[in-house]
Write a protein that binds this ligand. Sequence first.
Ligand code: C5P
Length: 228
Amino acid sequence: MSRFIALVPAAGSGSRMGSELPKQYLPLSGRPLIEHTLRALAAHPRIDRVFVVLSPEDGWWEGQGIRHEKLAVLRCGGAVRADSVKNGLKAIASEIATDDWVLVHDAARPCLRPEHVDRMLAELADDEVGGILAVPVADTLKRAEAGQRIAETVPREGLWQAQTPQMFRHGLLLKALGAAGSMVTDEASAIELMGLKPRLVEGDARNLKVTYPRDLELAALILEHWGT
Ligand code: C5P
């Protein structure tokens, strides 16, 4: 039986947040943002281990006091997200089988629910390729041109917003990221470049990524609503 492992890239500086402290350490409902993310994954009974990938220069982690029996820290983050994930996958290669599933999840998505993970495992555990949590686009989309004017309306039919977790087998994902280079912004893109078609598993907008300061307020409201 293949195991399920979580890998959380958390080596970003969060420059769009406009804060000295990287966004994963900003306070959210009384705890560092990243603690909510890691606990959400570690609390799932079918996830065996949670690996967090930090920047080698990270001077904040130790002071946070984040501990969990399933949690292991890897200090091998890279210059961009894809490098952090690839370095993390290499670092855990001796501990897991090539067929084990890895759920790559952004540190900056603290509102993940067990139901989201349940749905992914139910829909993907027997899948040939793997897949990602995503949400169908609800808004009308506009492409902008110079002067912030609308150049065209983009049909939203068939468009989805990619979220995380993104769930692929360890061996396939490492090979895909190795071939894709550093510029891919998610794991599915690397798999797509191999000519494979990851499956879209429907999630919901509450699994938001904290990017701007106002996202923190929204995340706090969502966590409060769920009582976590
Ligand atoms: O910056 P963005 O929100 O797209 O980052 C998504 C995730 O990738 C975050 O959890 C961030 O910490 C992580 N990341 C990383 N290494 C980098 C850049 C981003 O692990 N060099």
